[in-house]
Design a protein around this ligand. Structure first.
Ligand SMILES: *Cc1c(COP(=O)(O)O)cnc(C)c1O
Length: 318
């Protein structure tokens, strides 16, 4: 299990590795949402996404190992590479060929090996499992791991430190490590806070699993929110149950709505984010998410998008 105490301990452990990221109000989204909207700018985290929190906490808790490995849609791999290098451990990151080239380059730049294996997350995962079984590596999965969830939860503590009166947090949802950690931390301090998970309409495994009442597989398709792709594992141990118990609402967005979120955050708020991080803004623009009297916090989870692609989306050429 993961407890609020685990998250507090993780905050102490990762303090020197992760950055405290800024928050700021969004006047234009507040206007559209009918109440105060704040942006938690976690896309300014080192490595460009929140995943460094979970990776750093998990690596800090390892005993003696030959190295670390994972299968990742990109940002977790990058985070693990950074966290491993910080403590002098080799890292092998196994990825599927859906992962964009800019993310592979970023992993190599961090001194890790990016190993491209198979067409799906599950095939990449098998290679990471083999390294663990045969070569003495520790596998750190992207979400379904207690230390990873506790690390992501530090973001929930940070949000409430910065915006104590927050009434709701809108969180991009994929495997659910981010939502589970943030919700555990936030609801422990403020049981009344609303937790809203947002995914793309096509290929959202956690959303489909929550609707079915048990983990299910969905077809992986390309999406602007590429960091939200991938399965949750039919043998999911932690995040499915945590998300089921902690999420108050799930919103699904079409590709045009995600693009609109990216565009709006760039033009109106001056923030360059990737598709996964734009879903909160996209939901407000689509009229699917409103704010009450108390602040609605949009968690901007990452910025790792190909710059040319970002520019094309902002110019409405996508
Ligand atoms: C991984 C990721 C998410 C989703 O996190 P989960 O823990 O898998 O739900 C959201 N946004 C970005 C940028 C990510 O890299």
């Amino acid at each position: 299990m993961v407890t609020p105490e685990d998250i507090a301990a993780a905050a102490d452990r990762v303090r020197d590795t992760v950055r405290v990221t800024p928050v700021k109000p969004s006047p234009s989204l507040s206007e559209l949402a009918g109440g105060p909207v704040w942006l938690k700018c976690e896309h300014h985290q080192k490595t460009g996404a929140f995943k460094l929190r979970g990776a750093a906490n998990a690596v800090a808790r390892l005993g003696k190992v030959a190295g670390v490995t994972t299968a990742s849609t990109g940002n977790h791999g990058r985070a693990l590479a950074h966290a491993a290098r910080a403590v002098g451990l080799p890292a092998v990151i196994c990825v599927s060929r859906l992962v964009p080239q800019n993310k592979l380059d970023a992993i190599a730049d961090l001194g890790a090996e990016a190993r491209v294996i198979g067409a799906t997350q599950d095939e990449a995962f098998e290679e990471a499992r083999r390294l663990e079984r045969e070569e003495g590596f520790a596998m750190i999965p992207p979400f379904d791991h207690a230390d990873v969830i506790a690390g992501q939860g530090t973001l929930g503590l940070e949000i409430l430190d910065q915006i104590p009166e927050a009434g709701a947090i809108a969180i991009p949802l994929s495997g659910g490590g981010l939502l589970a950690g943030v919700a555990l931390a936030a609801k422990h301090r403020r049981p009344d806070i609303r937790i809203i998970g947002i995914s793309m309409a096509r290929g959202a495994a956690m959303a489909a699993s929550l609707a079915a009442g048990h983990p299910v597989t969905v077809e992986e398709v390309e999406t602007l929110a590429d960091s939200l792709g991938g399965g949750i594992g039919l043998d999911n141990r932690l995040t499915f149950a945590l998300c089921r118990d902690l999420v108050d609402e799930v919103i699904l967005l079409g590709e045009d709505e995600i693009a609109a979120g990216i565009r709006h955050l760039a033009i109106a708020d001056g923030e360059m984010v990737e598709g996964a991080a734009a879903v909160g803004a996209g939901a407000i623009l689509a009229g699917r998410l409103v704010a009450g009297q108390v602040p609605l916090v949009l968690l901007l989870s990452g910025r790792n998008i190909d710059p040319a692609r970002h520019a094309a989306i902002v110019a409405e050429e996508r």
